[in-house]
Design a protein around this ligand. Structure first.
Ligand code: SF4
Length: 448
């Protein structure tokens, strides 16, 4: 069968859809780059906001219209509204999150034991979505009850994958040509809490770095209360990307209490300072929700001032979105949407200014960049674009295609769009792009 795989939402969804690809390949099926060429399309849906739900429905309809023979829908929206998902055109399988790992077995009518993943490298999905970074799921679910969060509702209790399962996935991704491994989960920092003996994420990270030759390792979002100063000693290993995404959600202590967040502004500031002490030039980014129920103008001003005082490297701002089934959706004091929108713009401005200040510190410095996109410039070499370890977007003009290569780059300026522009300092080893095991090299984008 020809299979088209697609996903919305978070890195965990991306990690899961790439793992499903490995199962289909292990069973001898082909992963195709476009839904119109597929006998079956699999979509991993999202439900984090109302917009994500609407996008999931729309994508499923698009896949059916594009001509995919049949659809299998899975993920968070499907877990929330399976009946609605089953009504959509060409849907043959509706697989809620708890059954997702067995989706391929269910679709193919095979027992899980029939799949021998060992010989199958984890290669990027074909087509323009080909990635140089591999997202690896280490954990699922969450035992917290942040009052705004639907994820904890649709993903179930926290559960960790074993060290051996994670090692196997990382090995397969490295065999598939990945230069960067990104560890991800619903509540990544809780990895190991449910294992016997109880372990901590730092044990897993240390074991991966010790046992595998990973060119670059990155950690996804980490809840602040899971970390302590000792955690940052891991960064003595230069392969660990100097980027910490720590969702604060609000800089107001009273708002954090209504959110049932296990952190305080003081605790968060102490953690940021401990990280900066141990990880030079670390990029610390965050998530902030504005317009949370009951958020007064005074609370918002407190949150804004606190975020500004941290001097972060950037972040996401989410306008509070009621999610049926969460405690916050039933709270009094819902903030008018006009006010939520206005607060989003003010918080956005503070984080954008902080991000610009952080970026500008690297002009004249050398950063290591993983090149993720390569565009051939008519007779003038290539334009390559990628991310530094501290999560800055960088581009450069080079003589050869450096897709999927890690190279040092001297930063010469900040461009108008905020990207850094640089000069590649040196290219070690083979001259051109590194193909995957199947010889796949990314589609070349010609810029005239
Ligand atoms: S810790 Fe994260 S996933 Fe868990 S309930 Fe809170 S926001 Fe949701």
């Amino acid at each position: 069968m020809r299979i088209y795989l697609d996903t919305l939402g978070c890195r965990l969804n991306q990690a899961e859809i790439e793992r499903l690809a490995r199962y289909f390949r292990a069973a001898g099926h082909e992963i195709v780059a476009a839904p119109e060429d597929a006998d079956l399309a699999v979509l991993n849906t999202c439900a984090v906001t109302q917009k994500a739900v609407a996008d999931s429905r729309q994508r499923a309809r698009q896949l059916a219209r594009a001509g995919a023979g049949a659809l299998a829908l899975t993920g968070c929206w499907v877990s929330l509204e399976p009946d609605a998902a089953a009504q959509l055109p060409r849907v043959r399988w509706v697989v809620p999150n708890p059954a997702k790992d067995a989706l391929v077995a269910q679709v193919l009518g095979l027992p899980l034991e029939a799949f021998d993943l060992e010989p199958v490298a984890r290669e990027p999905l074909p087509g323009l979505r080909m990635r140089t970074r591999a997202f690896v799921k280490v954990q699922d679910g969450c035992d917290n009850r942040c009052t705004f969060c639907i994820t904890t509702v649709v993903r179930g209790p926290g559960r960790s994958r074993s060290v051996e399962e994670v090692l196997d996935d990382v090995r397969a991704a490295l065999r598939g040509g990945a230069q960067e491994i990104v560890l991800t989960g619903v509540h990544l920092g809780s990895w190991g809490h449910d294992l016997t003996p109880r372990r901590h994420l730092r044990h897993l990270v240390a074991e991966l770095l010790e046992r595998l030759d990973i060119p670059r390792l990155r950690l996804s979002s980490l809840e602040p209360w899971d970390l302590d100063a000792a955690f940052f000693d891991l960064w003595q290993d230069a392969r660990l990307a100097r980027h910490l995404h720590l969702p604060l959600q609000s800089g107001s202590a009273s708002t954090l209490r209504r959110m049932a967040r296990k952190t305080t502004p003081q605790g968060f500031r102490a953690l940021v300072e401990a990280a900066r002490e141990r990880i030079p030039e670390v990029a610390i980014t965050t998530d902030i929700i504005v317009g949370f129920p009951g958020e007064t103008e005074a609370e918002f001003a407190e949150s804004l001032a606190f975020v500004e005082s941290l001097g972060l490297a950037g972040g996401h701002v989410f306008t509070y979105s009621e999610r049926p089934g969460t405690a916050a959706a039933r709270m009094p004091g819902q903030v008018p949407h006009r006010v939520r929108k206005e607060r989003n713009a003010r918080m956005r401005a503070v984080l954008d200014a902080a991000a610009a200040r952080y970026r500008s510190r690297f002009v004249g410095r050398t950063l290591t960049v993983l090149w993720e996109r390569a565009t051939r410039l008519d007779g003038q070499g290539w334009l390559v674009q990628g991310l530094s370890d501290n999560y800055l977007r960088v581009r450069a003009r080079v003589a050869q295609n450096l897709w999927n290569r890690l190279t040092p780059v001297r930063i010469v300026r900040v461009a108008e769009d905020g990207a850094l522009e640089g000069e590649v300092v040196a290219v070690h080893g083979a001259s051109a792009a590194q193909p995957g095991p199947s010889g796949a090299v990314p589609p070349v984008l010609i810029k005239s």
